[in-house]
Ligand binder design. Structure first.
Ligand code: ATR
Length: 277
């Protein structure tokens, strides 16, 4: 039986077990996906146990606070994870512990499914310059966006990220310029914590975006964030953040269990019901 894990501290809140167990059952795979609480001090021993096969795992997910620390313990890390500065997926291959990050994939795959043609180019505006923003920037550059305005409260952080990606395509801007940046944009992505349950959100005018523009938010609690609600009311296309969470799980499942699963309506409905509890 193939067994996969999610390690974190805490780990109980994670929705990954629901997602992977849904797919295991759907594909009638005899396998397991187990949450394992690993405190930071125990991470090296956990990684050693994985490599020598003692733990019996084929791989798994990594969540807070191990997404960066795992780099030092993996034998190989894919470039996407290095650029993002965090790994979320591990697997054993040829006796080696390999690490990657599937968030950039999840972001693009979700929009491919929900808003085909989203990557046709034009100006993209990204709000937020934290960890999540890096995955979005990676994805946008990979998809050929050459005019990305990275808006952040702390503009210096946006400047550092633009430098990290070594790309002329990213321009850093302060929050005060967000409204102006949206003029003519084809895509707006919120990667900041603005709009999460309990936080205040600036009232943006999305009607200034290009015709057929898309607004997406990586926040998924609430599912319809204040940004998405406003964009819908102004007639823009929207995609919520839950899709990214579901799609980012696909590559890991395929690596561990050998079947490429689908993000279907039943899976989505199951997680939505869980979010509403
Ligand atoms: P994550 O890893 O989820 O991206 P993070 O690294 O803490 O989280 O980043 C949070 C983002 O939300 C940052 O861009 C942060 O802006 P700063 O870099 O200026 O801190 C942004 N953010 C959080 N609270 C905010 C607020 N009240 N107003 C504007 N931006 C905010």
């Amino acid at each position: 039986m193939r067994r996969a894990f999610i390690i974190g501290d805490p780990v109980a809140h994670s929705r990954s077990p629901m997602i992977h167990r849904y797919w295991l059952e759907k594909h009638a795979i005899t396998g397991a996906y187990e949450p394992v609480r690993v405190v930071p001090e125990a991470l090296p021993a956990f990684a050693a146990g994985l490599k020598d096969g003692e733990a019996g795992f084929v791989g798994g997910n990594v969540t807070i606070p191990h997404k960066e620390a795992i780099f030092a313990l993996a034998d190989e890390t894919e470039e996407v994870a290095e650029l993002i500065g965090a790994a979320n997926t591990l697997w054993l291959e040829d006796g080696k512990l390999k690490a990657t990050n599937t968030d950039a994939y999840g972001f693009a795959a979700n929009l491919d499914a929900e808003a085909p043609g989203w990557d046709k180019g034009g100006k993209a505006v990204v709000l937020g310059a934290g960890g999540a923003s890096r995955a979005i920037l990676f994805s946008l550059i990979e998809r050929g966006f050459s005019d990305i305005v990275l808006v952040n409260r702390t503009v210096a952080r946006a400047g550092e990220l633009a430098k990290r990606f070594g790309s002329d395509s990213i321009t850093a801007a302060p929050l005060a310029e967000l409204g102006a940046a949206l003029v003519g944009a084809g895509l707006f992505v919120n990667t900041s914590s603005l709009g999460m349950e309990g936080s205040a959100t600036p009232d943006l005018d999305f009607s200034v975006m290009a015709k057929g523009g898309l607004v997406t938010d990586i926040v998924y609690a609430p599912l319809v964030t204040p940004f998405l609600r406003k964009a819908r009311s102004q007639g823009l296309a929207t995609a919520d953040g839950l899709g990214m969470l579901l799609h980012q799980a696909v590559p890991g499942f395929e690596k561990w269990f050998g079947t490429r699963p689908e993000v279907d309506a039943e899976l989505r409905a199951m997680i939505v019901a869980d979010l509403e509890v």
